[in-house]
Structures are given as structure tokens and as C-alpha cells.
Design a protein around this ligand. Sequence first.
Ligand code: HEM
Length: 157
Amino acid sequence: MFEIKPDIQGRAEIETLVNTFYDRVRGDELLGFIFEKIAQTNWQTHLPKMYAFWETVIFRSGGYTGNPLAAHAKLVPLTNMGREQFDRWLMLFRRTVDDLFAGEHAEHIKSCAEDMANVIHARINHVPDARFAPANLTPEQRERYARYKSPPQPATP
Ligand code: HEM
């Protein structure tokens, strides 16, 4: 039967999303061991931190104050934190959101996750942000970029 899913309304839905997402991450063959073996994550503290993180991102009320870039940069010498890992993380995140929720906040949280995954991946690996690779630009962005690279010459008097 056609099922109408709720949107993410506040803290309760964020907690459901985060719990379900990290259950899946822990069981994932590419990502699970990074938490369990490399970082030896304490889930009792990590999960509430992630509730606060997402509540702050979506509703500006979670009170998260941390440094996500540093937390992930620390992992780079210890394990592979490349495109494959971030793509898997994003796939699991999007799929978890879509399995549970639908609506404006559900779309917003997926797009925030995608932006942040691109920023974290690029910064910790010292590579260009995938969103700005020429192949990923819209025609409008490409045209703007071309103008930025070679600004129109001032008219000679
Ligand atoms: C390859 C993908 C990723 C992996 C393997 C990964 C792994 C981890 C690990 C191991 C930690 C530390 C947990 C602990 O304290 O033991 C962590 C923290 C965290 N991650 Fe990720 N992560 C990934 C992507 C992301 C993305 C895309 C986001 C944001 C959208 C994110 C947000 C966070 C935040 C907010 C923290 C807490 C940082 C703090 O201590 O304040 N992660 N992650």
C-alpha cells in the first residue's frame, strides 16, 4: 500500500535517523571497522553528539560545538578516507533518510550531508572539492567560471 512518510520535525526524528544510520554503518564492510577498530568509538557518547550535530545543522538548536574536520583528519593516517568511503557513507545516509522520512527537512538534511561530505573529503585529503570539478558544473556555473578565469579586458581609451 502507498505509505505516507513523516518529515523530520525535531529532535525525536533526528534520534531515530542517527540510530538507524549508525546501525547500518556499523554493519557495513567498508565503514564499520573504521568506527569499531580504528577509532574504537564509544557509541554512548558518539550518538548523542551526532543528535546534537544534526539538530544544530537542521534546526540551529542542538548546541553542537565540535570540530568535524579535525575528527576526520585524524583518521587519514590510520585508514582509507577516500572517495569510495565517502560515497558509501552518503549512500547509506541518503537511503536511511529515504527509508524513514519524506519532505522539506528530509531533502535538506541529505543536501547538507552531501555538501559536508564533499568539504570534509576535499579538505582532509588535500584534493579539489568534487562539486567544483569542471565535469560536475552546470553550464551556467561553467560560463561564470570562464569569466572569472579570464575577466573581460578593460576597454582601451
Ligand atoms: C568516510 C566517511 C566517514 C567516516 C568513515 C567517518 C567516521 C567518523 C569517526 C570514526 C568519527 C569519530 C567517532 C568517535 O568519536 O569515535 C567521526 C566523527 C564525526 N563525524 Fe564522521 N565519518 C565520515 C563522514 C562524515 C560526514 C560526511 C559527516 C557530516 C555530514 C560526519 C560527521 C561527523 C561528526 C559531526 C563527528 C563528531 C566530531 C566531533 O568529535 O565533534 N562524518 N566520524
